[in-house]
Write a protein that binds this ligand. Structure first.
Ligand code: FAD
Length: 512
């Protein structure tokens, strides 16, 4: 009996089909299921829905007769239909499963595939480190705290990544010090070649048509704008984007990695996250291409190390922690934050916002479903944290509104890194700041109605007021954290704390 192989919509690259001990049968028929219920359950950004559907349909077109593309209400129904066509389902007379699937990327999808008779779950692909190796690494720490930096060095050694023998290539493990520059003065846009932009085709046109129809029929609701598609939807496009980044833009990646410019949202960032998360690219080929560029003298070590750290360090760490921390992690709420997200935020209503930094960032999310890591962490996430919004709702918002958002990547990044809801399992301190940080790292405070140095009054920067109000609210917890205790002591020097707290309360959930 034929053993078919099922591809989820984030398993679209060739490495999910290469045969081998832990792979599908050679030339196995492929099943791809477009489950409408996924879009009914959550109100996604329309550009994200467009990208995911376009990528799935592009993959089916590439595979031609080998693929059976099913449009169904649920995965269960889709699989039943596919197996009816291909011939299969259940187990053959020797007890062999008739469908294989690689370990999916969410707890819910893993539960689903494990519950289906005749479906055999193969190990995960698309990451550098197998789960068992990570578990051995984590368990081997013998009670010592899990730290991203230790994990990252272990991956570099284990994969011989950017290494010269036993020592880190370029003489240092960590080039963060060179990679935290504020933006160059008097510069509106970085002097970097433009990123790769895909060209839409007939598949995109069909996707747009379907999304319009679903919306018209009232079946699904989206948020955000679905302008021209900006992110790769096929392997060919993803490879072109990777090549363009490594050859033309990697050089400038490092220095301004954490900086923000109002008129240049992308700066030197790679825009590769959606391609990696759709499975169109393998992380190994990205970091190897960057290392090759350094060895050939085409990119400086700080940029290459910074990029390798993001992928082999952060991305891989986040993936591992998602499984290591388990299902209940999503409900973590150490700070007891329970305020609902206000409508202006849910609707990506950038025009309602006065604070220029937040308005600019929210407009980027509304228009593209993407901003780089610092606006996510230090503007959107920080604002949510300061206002005490429910971390689970914040996680859901990020998941729905970002083209690269998936359960596995959201939980550690939002619950842990951005909202400190796990009380410090992921990071050693909450990431939030007053307006001074935003002012130093961006040009967003120029022309703003607020002043980063003012914490009370009409021109008080909402981030500055919000920062002190946050420290005050969690003084008890944070004064015991040695990375925060000095900041907390700063509260004692504020002569206007009562007024500041009144102002923070009065702001409520109104747009800042
Ligand atoms: P670059 O800056 O060019 O970095 C290169 C690559 O490194 C990225 O493509 C990405 O694959 C990887 N990377 C870097 N940091 C992380 C990280 N913390 N977690 C996972 N991968 C990382 N990334 C997502 O892929 N999906 C998300 O939904 C997501 N949500 C985030 C939410 C918050 C609150 C924060 C703080 C970060 C989030 N990130 C997420 C990480 C990071 O912001 C994005 O990966 C990055 O901005 C994508 O743009 P880029 O491809 O140009 O990245």
């Amino acid at each position: 009996m034929t053993t078919a192989h099922w591809l989820f919509g984030d398993q679209l690259g060739p490495h999910f089909l290469s045969p081998g001990e832990d792979g599908p049968d050679r030339d196995a028929p492929v099943v791809i299921i477009e489950a409408r219920s996924v879009f009914r359950r959550r109100r996604f950004h329309r550009a994200k829905a467009h990208l995911v559907l376009s990528a799935m349909r592009h993959r089916a077109a590439e595979l031609g007769d080998r693929a059976r593309y099913i449009r169904a209400d649920t995965y269960r129904e889709g699989l039943r239909e596919a197996l009816g066509d291909i011939g299969g389902g259940g187990r053959d007379s020797a007890g062999k499963a008739t469908v294989t699937v690689h370990h999916p990327t969410s707890h819910a999808a893993l539960r689903l595939v494990r519950s289906l008779d005749g479906v055999s779950v193969l190990p995960a692909r698309g990451f550098l480190v197998p789960h068992a190796d990570f578990r051995a690494f984590a368990d081997g720490l013998g009670g010592k705290r899990l730290r991203q930096e230790d994990f990252y060095r272990w991956v570099r050694r284990g994969h011989d990544l950017l290494m010269d023998g036993d020592t880190p290539a370029g003489g240092r493990w960590n080039h963060d010090h060179d990679n935290r520059e504020p933006p160059p003065k008097d510069t509106r846009v970085l002097d970097a070649p433009t990123p790769y932009r895909p060209r839409e085709d007939a598949i995109d046109e069909e996707v747009r048509h379907d999304l319009d129809r679903w919306e018209r029929d009232g079946e699904v609701r989206f948020v955000g704008r679905d302008g021209p598609r900006r992110f790769p939807a096929s392997r060919r496009e993803a490879l072109a984007a990777l090549r363009r980044f490594v050859e033309h833009r990697l050089t400038g990646f490092g220095a301004y990695e954490d900086a923000m410019l109002a008129a240049d949202p992308v700066m030197s960032h790679s825009l590769l996250s959606s391609s990696l998360n759709l499975g169109l690219l393998h992380p190994a080929e990205c970091v190897e291409a960057a290392e090759d560029a350094w060895r050939a003298g085409r990119a400086p070590v700080n940029s290459v190390e910074g990029f390798v750290r993001q992928i082999a360090g952060w991305r891989e760490y986040v993936w591992q922690l998602y499984w290591y921390f388990g299902e209940d992690y999503r409900h973590s709420n150490t700070l007891g934050h329970d305020a609902p997200l206000p409508d202006w935020f849910l609707e990506l209503d950038a025009d309602a916002v006065t604070a220029r930094c937040l308005a600019t960032t929210l407009a980027q999310v509304r228009d593209t479903g993407w901003t780089h890591h610092i606006p996510r962490l230090m503007l959107l996430g920080s604002h949510a944290l300061q206002r005490g919004w429910d971390p689970e709702a914040v996680t859901d918002w990020f998941h729905r509104c970002f083209v690269d958002g998936y359960d596995w990547v959201m939980l550690p990044n939002v619950v842990g890194m951005s909202q400190y809801a796990d009380g410090g399992r992921m990071t050693t301190k909450p990431y939030t700041s007053g307006g001074a940080y935003v002012h130093r790292m961006s040009d967003l405070c120029g022309g703003c109605a607020y002043r980063p140095t003012e914490r009370v009054g009409d021109r008080a920067c909402p981030f500055t007021t919000g920062y002190w109000a946050f420290l005050h609210r969690h003084r008890g917890l944070l004064s015991g954290n040695n990375r925060m205790s000095q900041a907390v002591r700063g509260l004692d020097r504020l002569g206007d704390l009562d007024e500041l707290l009144r102002q923070a309360r009065a702001a409520g959930d109104a747009p800042p």
